[in-house]
Structure formats: structure tokens, C-alpha cells
Design a protein around this ligand. Structure first.
Ligand code: F6R
Length: 597
């Protein structure tokens, strides 16, 4: 038996319109959460209709016409499997024995084997290998005792160990969806005469204009004309909706072939949006960081590389040292976190399980939590003392691009706020808008041609020094995840301590060498690689004869180079993926919100 529904996207719709097209559209928007299989369940004239299969949503649609299913209430699911069968039987929705209750689930039910055993002993028949399937059977047991769907959900939720967000429908009340969550996201959206529940606000964008957050263990009961909320003890709650920002309504690729390119191109505007911050709040957070006994930044993947640039800025500008700890390793250091610690958690989604886990431990130890997030209504934001939003709008490509640039801008603002220079930092970043645009304009077509030439290379290396070192790592990560070519990024000085042994005739080495205090030393390291046959792709505002391919960048002040040097590396990764025929928006084996530890 397998846990087969770890990350996944779920959505439910109750309203006057036919539900399946709305749910299908919502699934399309959150498909980046998983694309192994998908399914929808609706009620039409009291009968449960269920359609699910393996493959990407578009493929399933052309085989089964999911979006044409009838009925005004529907739930849907798109799945990302960690291990175990990608099969039709394991795809969601899952049903009870009588096929009158349907459930979609995101998370892991840790004690599913035990529950399944008990349910099987009581005569329940299972048709999948998933942990999820215990949920409809547990609901079935409760509903046999004349309980309503919401009463049944309230009764079974405490029996589930692990993390979950699930939505359930029953033929007993075909206009109703009941949803609940624990340690997995579930947002409730309100639209014109319609209610939504989804694991990501993106699923509701364009159709909902207000959001209601659902806290852990709370229950939402959505019907055609109403939404009611209860706590775990069944007490009714009053909730206030908040407006969904208009930038979250834009979920189209527009004229771009892929979201990745669209999001790269949106970066000049992302910088402008990132500096729309409250000066007073920012300065207070910066002062808290300065006063703290210790500061730990925790994040994963691309967000961690932004944190590494931030560490440099904190030290250089604010004279404040901080450590950056990979979120998956952070809880091993929890013993040294105390009330004099500020933990800065960086996460585009605000849902990354490793980050959430570490922050929980830090909170238990009374640390102050400051988070830097993009997605509204995230778990991370809800558990933080202070939240800084990136404001860059939806990022739909699995590979992070514009959110990274926004994170760099926020770190720049924070570090200058430590020396009471918030306004200067805002001005500097605004000035970068045109430089980023210029970098794209100068290099996009040339990098496309370069990617054609290099796309069959097996290994790429990326080197840099000082503040740009993390950009070397970020460039390598981008290439790996979208083109599946092996790549490594490292401080230029480290190359000769081992990796140089891998350089052969023609091995591409991207050298980030702006004309600053690192130029001469980085040039020496590039020369060491070139002498062993490396093909030098240099990102610089100063030409050098050792370059085989010069990526010209504009001159900017030393601390702002990362906002420029990352851009050509994103473009190189994008064009390499596309020229190899890969879909950069949905890289194999990956999903955008990594809600599993
Ligand atoms: C890389 C990428 C991932 C994420 C990482 C953290 O392009 O997207 O490495 O950066 O999974 O995600 P967040 O920032 O949502 O916590």
C-alpha cells in the first residue's frame, strides 16, 4: 500500500453554474501541484458521476471530457505521487462502498493502515492502494448512524493522524461540500453566487473575489447559497472574508508559450511591486533583527539561495551576521533556538512542509518568526509574528523566477532598513527595473542560440564569488530542474578543490564576474577552468579575452548585481529546456508546493 496523494491540488465548487467546467479550470490552474493523474466527481439528479484517469489534465480531458460532466456541485483533484502506482484506481476522487460518498484529499493519513484494517474487518471493500480511501469509508460508517455529512466529518477528523485537507460530497445532500484541514492548505473562495474550496487560491482566481481562511481542524460547509464554518467541537464560527488582490486574478499565459518565460519577463514589474511595503513596519522588523541574539534564515531551494544573498547583505549593510539553514535540516538545530532568536522563514508558497516544520519548532522555543512569502493566506503567514509579502502575483511555473527576484529586493530593503535607509533602498530597486529589462533585451535571443549549441552537453558548472555565489547555485538549479542536465554551482575559489577534475574539452562553465572587487580573482579561476578545456560563458559588464561567450550585463552598484546576473541564467535554462522539447512549466518529478517532509 502506498501514500499516493502527497502534494496534489484539490478544488470544490457549489453554485448555480454547471460545476465541472469551473472545477476543471481550477485544476488547470493548480496543475503545477501535481500532474500524474486527475479526476472529478459531480452529482447530477442525485447520482454520483465520477471520472478519473492517469496522465496530465489535458490528456484526460481529451480522452474523457471531464469538463463536460453535468451537475452543479463538484470536487476535483490533480495528483503528484511520491511513490507507488500512478494508476486509475489510485487517482482521486475516492468513494465509499456504496459509491454515494466522494472524497478528494491532499496530505498523508499516517495511520491509514490501522484504519483500513479496522474498516475491512467491518466489511468495507477497498478498491485503491491509497491512504485517502479510508476517509469516505469512515464517513460512510458515521452516516449509517443517521449523521449528516458535516457531523460525520466532525466525528472522523480526530481519528486521522497526519496532515490533510479534504473535501467530501454525499448523495444525501447533493448540493453540499464539506471540507476540513490539518497541516495542509485549504482556502475558501466566494464568487458571484458561488462558493469554492481549494488547496490554492490560484484555483479560485478569476472566479472568486473574496477569500476566507480556514484554520487547522475547522470545518467548512458549502452549499449553493451559503457557507458555514465550525470549530472541531462543532461550534459555529463567524468569519470575515477578505478581498483577493487583483493581481491574483491573472492566470493566463497571454501570448507566451510557457509561464516560465512570462514570469521571467514580468520581473521588472515584480521589482516595483516588491518595494510597495510599509516603511514603518519594515524598519521595526529590521530593528528586531538587529537586536536579536541570533538570526537564522530558513528556506528551501531557490528561496534558500535568495536567503544566502540576504545573509551577505545583512552582513555588509547592517553588520549583522545571520546563518542560513536549509529548512529540511533546521529542526535538528532547534535546541539552540530561544526567545532571543529571530527566525526569518522565506517561502514563495508559504506552504513548504520543511519550512513549516522548522518554524513550528522555533515557535515552540519562543523565537520571533518573520516570514517572507508570496502566496496570500498561507500556513506560514498564519504562524508568523510578522509577514512580508513579495507582491509578485501568481507564479505558475514550477521553477521559481520572479519570486526569487522579489525575495532579493525584500532582503535589500531589510538590510538598508537596518541603517535607516529604507527610502534609498526603494529608489535603488526602482532604478533596477530598466536594468533588468535591458539585460533581457540584450541577451534573450543570443542565449536562445547558445542553448541550441549546448543543449546536448551533459554537465554545466557555474562559478562566482561574494554576493553572486548564490546566483551560481541558483543558475545551476534552474538548468537542472527544467532541462534535466546535470549542473553544479559553487564559489569560484572552490573549483580547484575537487570539481576541476571534471572539466574536459568543451565543458560549459558559466562565470559570473561583474566588474567589481571579485573580478580579478574570479578571472583567475575561470582561467584555471579554461586551461583544462572549459567553454567560458561569462556574465559581466567588462569584456575579457578569455570569454568564449560574453553575456553582457549593465553596470550597477556592487550589492545589486545579483538582481541582474540571475536573469541570463534563467533565460539559458528556459531556452535549453524548450530546445530539448521539455515543458519547463511542469518538470518531471517536481511540484511547486512541496507539502511533504
Ligand atoms: C526551484 C524551486 C524550488 C522552490 C522550493 C521552495 O525553482 O521552485 O526549489 O524554491 O521548493 O519553495 P517555496 O519557496 O515555495 O518554499
Amino acid at each position: 500500500m502506498y501514500n499516493t496523494n502527497i502534494m496534489c491540488g484539490i478544488i470544490g465548487y457549489c453554485g448555480r453554474e454547471t460545476a465541472a467546467p469551473v472545477v476543471f479550470e481550477g485544476l488547470r490552474r493548480v496543475e503545477y501541484r501535481g500532474y500524474d493523474s486527475a479526476g472529478i466527481a459531480t452529482f447530477n439528479n442525485g447520482t454520483l458521476l465520477l471520472c478519473k484517469d492517469v496522465g496530465k489534465l489535458g490528456e484526460i480531458e481529451s480522452r474523457h471530457h471531464l469538463s463536460k460532466m453535468l451537475g452543479n456541485t463538484a470536487i476535483g483533484h490533480t495528483r503528484w505521487a511520491t511513490h507507488g502506482g500512478v494508476t486509475q484506481a489510485n487517482a482521486h476522487p475516492h468513494c465509499d462502498c456504496t459509491s454515494t460518498i466522494a472524497v478528494v484529499h491532499n496530505g498523508i493519513i499516517d495511520n491509514y493502515q490501522e484504519l483500513r484494517k479496522q474498516l475491512s474487518t467491518n466489511g468495507h471493500r477497498f478498491t485503491s492502494e491509497t491512504d485517502t480511501e479510508v476517509i469516505p469509508h469512515l464517513i460512510e460508517e458515521e452516516m449509517k448512524n443517521k449523521r449528516s455529512l458535516e457531523e460525520a466529518v466532525l466525528a472522523i477528523a480526530p481519528k486521522l493522524k497526519g496532515s490533510y485537507a479534504f473535501l467530501a460530497m454525499s448523495s444525501r445532500d447533493t448540493d453540499k461540500i464539506v471540507g476540513t484541514r490539518k497541516d495542509s492548505p485549504l482556502a475558501i473562495g466566494l464568487g458571484n453566487g458561488a462558493f469554492f474550496a481549494a488547496s490554492d487560491v490560484l484555483a479560485c482566481s478569476g472566479i472568486a473575489n473574496k477569500l476566507i481562511p480556514l484554520a487547522d481542524t475547522e470545518i467548512a460547509v458549502l452549499a449553493r447559497d451559503s457557507a458555514e464554518f465550525y470549530d472541531a467541537a462543532g461550534r459555529k464560527l463567524t468569519k470575515k472574508p477578505t478581498n483577493l488582490k487583483t493581481q491574483w486574478l491573472d492566470t493566463d499565459k497571454q501570448s507566451y508559450d510557457y509561464f516560465m518565460l512570462k514570469e521571467i519577463m514580468e520581473q521588472p514589474e515584480a521589482l516595483e511591486a516588491a518595494v510597495r511595503q510599509d516603511k514603518k513596519a519594515f524598519t521595526e522588523i529590521a530593528m528586531d533583527i538587529l537586536r536579536a541574539g541570533q538570526v537564522i534564515v530558513t528556506a528551501c531551494g531557490t528561496s534558500r539561495y535568495a536567503a544566502l544573498v540576504g545573509r551577505y547583505l545583512f552582513s555588509k549593510v547592517g553588520r549583522k551576521f545571520c546563518d542560513v539553514v536549509m529548512a529540511s535540516e533546521f529542526h535538528y538545530f532547534a535546541d539552540s533556538v530561544d526567545r532571543n532568536t529571530v527566525v526569518l522563514a522565506v517561502s514563495q508558497s508559504g506552504e513548504t512542509a520543511d519550512v513549516i516544520e522548522g518554524v513550528k519548532r522555533a515557535r515552540d522555543n519562543k523565537a520571533m518568526i518573520v516570514s517572507i512569502v508570496n502566496r496570500p493566506q498561507s500556513q506560514l503567514a498564519n504562524m508568523s509574528d510578522h509577514v512580508i509579502y513579495l507582491n509578485c502575483g501568481p507564479e505558475q511555473c514550477v521553477a521559481a523566477t520572479k519570486s526569487f527576484l522579489s525575495q532579493l529586493a525584500v532582503f535589500y530593503l531589510l538590510s538598508f532598513s537596518m541603517v535607516n535607509s529604507f527610502d534609498k533602498a526603494v529608489k535603488d530597486i526602482k532604478g533596477m527595473k530598466s536594468k533588468v529589462a535591458k539585460t533581457i533585451e540584450w541577451n534573450n535571443e543570443r542565449l536562445k542560440r547558445l542553448s541550441e549549441r549546448l543543449k546536448y552537453k551533459h554537465d554545466f558548472y557555474y562559478i562566482a564569488r561574494g554576493i553572486n555565489f548564490a546566483i551560481a547555485s541558483e543558475g545551476a538549479l534552474k538548468l537542472k530542474e527544467v532541462s534535466y542536465i546535470h549542473a553544479e554551482g559553487m564559489p569560484a575559489g572552490e573549483l580547484k578543490h575537487g570539481t576541476l577534475a571534471l572539466i574536459e574539452q568543451g565543458t560549459p562553465v558559466a562565470v559570473i564576474c561583474p566588474n567589481d572587487y571579485t573580478y580579478d580573482e574570479t578571472m583567475s579561476n575561470a582561467m584555471e577552468a579554461k586551461s583544462r578545456g572549459a567553454y567560458i560563458i561569462a556574465l559581466s559588464d567588462r569584456k575579457n579575452q578569455i570569454f568564449d561567450f560574453w553575456v553582457k550585463i549593465p553596470k550597477v552598484s556592487e550589492l545589486l548585481y545579483p538582481m541582474i546576473t540571475v536573469i541570463p541564467l534563467q533565460l539559458l535554462a528556459y531556452h535549453t529546456a524548450v530546445s530539448l522539447g521539455k515543458d519547463p512549466d511542469k518538470p518531471r518529478n517536481l511540484a511547486k508546493s512541496v507539502t511533504v517532509k
